[in-house]
Design a protein around this ligand. Structure first.
Ligand code: BGC
Length: 473
């Protein structure tokens, strides 16, 4: 559906005037990219990271799997709308998801007490272990926890803040691994082995394409958004050591929290923030991710209606109620097949009890397109910055690299991935990126990180005992 063709010229001009602040030219995107680079430096700096909005969190993941790892692992995945427990088998040069169980997290638990949340997680784990006849075993655990955490060690991770729909009391500032272990202990019906904590971006990077290709960047564009990449240790000033690399969880969702994107924020973005459960934080995420896109579209439609450019000027309940216009509607409306797109739009607007005509269908399409494009372009600006940074770190004229991707917005929206990739090419022409969609990245990746951590611990124990033997001899 070409949104603009069927809109009369005068109406089109008026609608476009409203949409103009939501369209980001290449020049604006280059400006955003430069600001993002500054924030990345701030986040990595020893004396500046405390006040950085892009946190650039060290993950202590220094090595990717070398193919010798093996064993059975439990994996947990918490961060989107559901919680998952998985059993993952790591074999030499392969990783396989064996079984898994999805446990929905009721809304009241998402914003309830922290102990309640961890008891719920432990109860789901117990149920899963029962179903697998694994209660007696003590499996190592990879825990994908997709929130910004200050990682102290691979099994010690302090939650900085909740994001997306979560806001449980008594967890921010605490070690999440400890809270999980305490909940398991309270039950007394099963045990776990060593634990590795992983952000979903890191799990995606570690598992994407394994063992054939090797990712060094991963992005998530789903309920929330974020990216991680391999940074040179010499630039990670907060961690001792100059050699090698470390995976950095950028937490790019926080970009703009210090006001650095204020001139790009629209009245709609400010309204989304004002009515969110975490006001003033994760500014960039609120312009991009699936948790917010539907509501941004709703607010634009509401404004156009108030200005008598849509729905005969009738501002109905659906336009005034948060969450009514779901993000998945955007994908349905933007279906590349015109007929299907129009039909979907008609059905959605009918279900929402909106009083529309044929021109309205095209205006709604144009709004959806504008919002999803802005999201893809903002991601592209940040991703181009990361790719260019890696290229410059290595003193390369051209960088060839692979980006692991996950998240419903990227997977389900019909043109998002294309828009994103096209714009990255424009903004970082010296970087040739291959995009790989991750399959079960969070689960498999967490198991791989745990397996690598176990291998490294084994190797360092061997080294220690070697050096003790040397001293004795
Ligand atoms: C979190 C990140 C996470 C991203 C994608 C954001 O809200 O802060 O840690 O990686 O969502 O799930």
């Amino acid at each position: 559906m070409t949104g603009s063709v069927s809109i009369p010229p005068q109406l089109k001009a008026q609608v476009e005037e409203h949409l103009e602040p939501l369209i980001l030219s290449d020049e604006k995107l280059r400006d955003i990219s430069q600001r993002f680079l500054k924030e990345m430096d701030k986040g990595l700096g020893k004396s500046t990271h405390h006040r950085a909005s892009v946190k650039m969190l060290p993950t202590f993941v220094r090595a990717t799997p070398d193919g010798t790892e093996k064993g059975d692992f439990l994996a947990l995945d918490l961060g989107g709308t559901n919680f998952r427990v998985l059993r993952v088998q790591v074999m030499e040069h392969a990783v396989k998801k064996m079984d898994s169980q999805i446990c929905p997290i009721p809304q009241e638990i998402m914003v309830g007490r922290g102990t309640q949340l961890f008891d719920h997680i432990a109860a789901c784990m117990s149920e899963f272990l029962d179903s697998q006849n694994l209660k007696g075993e003590t499996l190592p655990l990879g825990f994908t926890f997709s929130f910004p955490c200050e990682q102290k060690e691979i099994d010690k991770s302090i939650l900085i803040r909740w994001t997306k729909g979560f806001n449980c009391s008594g967890v921010e500032g605490k070690d999440v691994v400890k809270l999980l272990k305490e909940a398991i202990h309270r039950r007394r019906d099963f045990n776990i082995g060593s634990v590795a904590m992983v952000n979903d971006t890191v799990g995606t990077m570690m598992s994407c394409g394994y063992p054939n290709s090797h990712c060094e960047i991963a992005i998530i564009i789903g309920t929330g958004t974020n990216a991680c990449y391999m940074e040179d240790m010499k630039n990670v000033q907060r961690v001792q050591g100059e050699d090698g690399q470390m995976c950095i969880n950028t937490e790019w969702g926080g970009f703009g929290d210090d006001g650095s994107l204020d001139d790009f924020l629209t009245e709609f973005d400010r309204e989304i923030d004002r009515t969110s459960i975490n006001r003033g934080v994760h500014t960039f995420e609120k312009m991009i991710s699936g948790m917010y896109l539907g509501d941004i579209v709703r607010l634009v439609l509401k404004k156009l209606t108030e200005d008598k450019l849509l729905f005969k000027g009738k501002v109905s309940d659906a336009l005034c109620t948060a969450g009514k216009f779901e993000t998945k509607f955007i994908s349905d409306i933007e279906k590349p097949d015109t007929k299907i797109g129009i039909e979907n739009t008609r059905k959605i607007l009918t279900d929402l009890k909106l009083d529309f005509d044929t021109v309205d269908l095209h205006v709604v399409h144009l709004v959806c397109q504008t919002i999803s494009k802005r999201s893809a372009h903002l991601c592209a600006a940040a991703l181009a910055t990361i790719a260019n940074r890696i290229r410059e770190n290595r003193g390369l004229e051209r960088l060839k690299s692979t980006v692991g991707v996950d998240g419903t917005v990227y997977r389900k929206h019909p043109t998002f991935s294309e828009e994103l990739q096209k714009k990255v090419k424009t903004l970082a022409p010296e970087c040739e990126l291959t995009f790989l969609i991750s399959e079960d990245g969070s689960g498999k990746g967490a198991a791989l990180v745990t397996a690598v951590a176990e291998r490294l611990a084994r190797q360092s124990r061997l080294l220690d005992s070697d050096s003790e033997n040397d001293e004795e001899n």
